[in-house]
Design a protein around this ligand. Structure first.
Ligand SMILES: C[S@@+](CC[C@H](N)C(=O)[O-])C[C@H]1O[C@@H](n2cnc3c(N)ncnc32)[C@H](O)[C@@H]1O
Length: 260
């Protein structure tokens, strides 16, 4: 058999932010290779699949990318439906292109299924619009993190120029981010919000400014954090003021499974 590999976005964490297409693919998958941050209820949708953790978590042990690429190719030669489940959207900071290149080189058909990326879940968490008439007309996604053998991109210029900057994998480098952006002329009072565990019940936020961002280094974060910067964030209240709808309970997850 030559199966098909689906690079599927699992969304930011809450299982009911998964797309229906992703849910259907999980229900029909023979094997699922998943990241560490994927919610157990999401994985449970793949009830007949073999599940393989190829966990990638900042600062923790992660499976080498070349090995993951090879496992995807091998799996497609054995199974019909292979799902590579990635947090958020697969095409943002998920090393999807390396997997796509390996699949193309091996002649394995693949499809990408988009997911809700962390920055969008964070904006939803805050109840603010990323674009706003007269204030914000563009959004830049960036990370200061540079992988092995990778050239540094000028993420500072991109974020400095953007009306809204969304910084992934940056919380550990908050001081360096603040210094770099202040040196590019961003003002110290620029609003910044750090959102941890966006979309999940344990979501937390820190509303601060670029000048005070260094203080984030003193905070203990247990979950993933995305930083949003920009004038439009001035509208974000310091505390959560939105009504949170509890995400799918297990019983409802069964209903979803029946629906797909
Ligand atoms: C390896 S990147 C993967 C990003 C993912 N592909 C996406 O589209 O969201 C992991 C980073 O995404 C951000 N992130 C992922 N899930 C998050 C969440 N629920 N809340 C806040 N940040 C999150 C954090 O910056 C984390 O360090």
């Amino acid at each position: 058999v030559t199966g098909r590999v689906f690079l599927v976005g699992a969304g930011p964490g809450a299982p009911d932010l998964l797309t229906l297409r992703a849910a259907r693919l999980l229900a029909g998958a023979d094997i699922v290779f998943h990241d560490a941050l994927v919610h157990p209820d999401t994985l449970a949708l793949a009830d007949r699949a073999e599940k393989v953790a190829v966990g990638k978590r900042c600062g923790r042990h992660s499976t080498a990318q070349a090995f993951i690429n090879k496992r995807l190719v091998d799996a497609a030669r054995k199974h019909t439906v292979v799902v590579r489940l990635k947090g958020g959207d697969p095409t943002l900071f998920g090393r999807a292109q390396e997997e796509i290149d390996a699949l193309r080189a091996a002649g394995i058909p693949f499809e990408v299924v988009p997911g809700v990326t962390a920055a969008l879940a964070a904006a939803a968490e805050l109840g603010v619009s990323l674009t706003r008439r007269g204030v914000s007309r563009n959004v830049a996604f960036a990370t200061p993190r540079v992988g092995d053998g990778e050239a540094a991109s000028d993420w500072v210029a991109a974020i400095a120029a953007a009306d809204i900057g969304a910084i992934y994998m940056g919380v550990g480098e908050a001081a360096a981010i603040a210094d770099a952006l202040l040196a590019r002329g961003k003002r110290p009072s620029l609003p910044v919000v750090a959102v941890e565990n966006a979309s999940l019940p344990g979501a937390r936020r820190w509303t601060t400014t670029l000048g005070e961002l260094t203080r984030l280094a003193d905070e203990a974060f247990a979950g993933p954090v995305v930083l949003l910067l920009g004038e439009a964030l001035a509208a974000a209240p310091a505390d959560s003021d939105r009504v949170r709808t509890a995400f799918l309970e297990t019983a409802e997850a069964h209903l979803l499974r029946a629906a797909v």
